[in-house]
Design a protein around this ligand. Sequence first.
Ligand code: SF4
Ligand code: SF4
Length: 483
Amino acid sequence: MNRTTVLGSTSRQGWGELTQWPLLGWVLRWRHARTTAQTVLLLLAGLVLYDGFFGPSLAPKNLAGTLPWVHWRGFVVLALLLAGNLFCFACPFMLPRRLAQQLFRPTRSWPRWLPGKWVAVTLLVGFFWAYEAFDLWASPLLTAWVALAYFVAAFVIDGFFRGAAFCKHVCPIGQFNFVGSLLSPTEVRIRDASMCQRCRTKDCIRGRFDANQRLVQRGCELGLYQPAKIGNLDCTFCLDCLHACPYGNVGIRWRLPLKTEMDPETLRSGIGHLHTRPDWATLVLVLVALGFLNAFGMVSPVYRFLEWLSQTLHISSEPALLAIVFVGALAALALAIGLASQLTRVLAPVPGPRWVATRFVYTLAPLGFGMWSAHYLFHFFTGALTLLPLAQQFVLDLTGQAILGQPAWHLASLLPIATTTDLVLIVLALGYFGSLVWTMQLATRYRLGLLAILPWIGLQTGLFVVGIWLLGQPMEMRGTLLG
Ligand code: SF4
Ligand code: SF4
């Protein structure tokens, strides 16, 4: 079995596989593609940090007040919905991570008492609470500090622990991308299962070594063994497996979103069974709740609600009030999931509410991601064109000369507001549809009648209605001078 023979025999995959496309395929197979993309994003991050620390304090006129909160978030969800986990592929935090790994050659394993996703879940809740409590989106300086802290954390953690500890256990952005990539139309996967059965070296996970046993290509640091890898969860799209496989048996394949992801009892390499992973279930619950909370934070009723809460509880501190709102929303969703599980238990002969919850909680993921996407795309479509005046302002501040012209602050929206509203509602509806499909699929899988899944359809429909209401409210035009 040699690489040439295999590549020849698999070339029939054609357009179904991105790595076979004429130009894109070459770029994706190029060993330095990822480092190049990461370097570009690192340079952009450098500009954001510089402007955040030294630029104007008014957020819409500062790269740190706009690029991360309007453009980058929009690109991330668009990429996840239309292509795949491109941000992790091009992640700039990987470069300090790699540097730390080369400098310190860490040998320690990630502590067993901090398993799975618990650290990342805690950081996610903490980050989004801080985002609202300290108006991170309105403060370029705070944004720059957060970005700097992120670089330092990636450097320290991967300088200390081996493998991809930061990506797998810590990075909140990564976990967001993993859950969002359930809906992506592509997947890194093997081409020919029989080839993996005949393969003796398993380089896709072990890595490839030269004659002197020096590592020349990493295998999967996330512990995903290609023949047993299911779906996109925990996959950073780093393509190390693609470069490591000596037979060219790994590619990026098109797929129907969710298609390979819906069975919580399938054994997934590197993850195990989803229904036995409370950390993954909690991650999904938290991301769904935060998706709605984060959108709630930008509509006008939130101020009336906080005022009412403040008067009722006699608490004037906004961070404290927001902490109460966050805990309340998370508890409310957990309670709703518990209630739906209990009702399903009453309506069908299933082992118990825990059995139901640990399987059906995942059906909320598409709707939750639909909410995130609708929210982020709203900001993106209403503020995308600010990129030009921001660049003009940056150059003007830096050089004192309008080399790119005077900032054209009248530029903001990419689409008319009515079109944007329609589009984001469609995105939310697609998420709702994904949740319904997943629920029906589980009903078929466990031979449950329609009555037994009605509580879940009811919960999803309720959240969908809340999402429509949120998107119908006047929203803050964050990141633009219209806000
Ligand atoms: S994907 Fe992994 S197991 Fe399969 S042929 Fe390649 S190296 Fe071997
Ligand atoms: S090496 Fe692992 S994380 Fe990277 S693309 Fe392959 S499966 Fe995904």
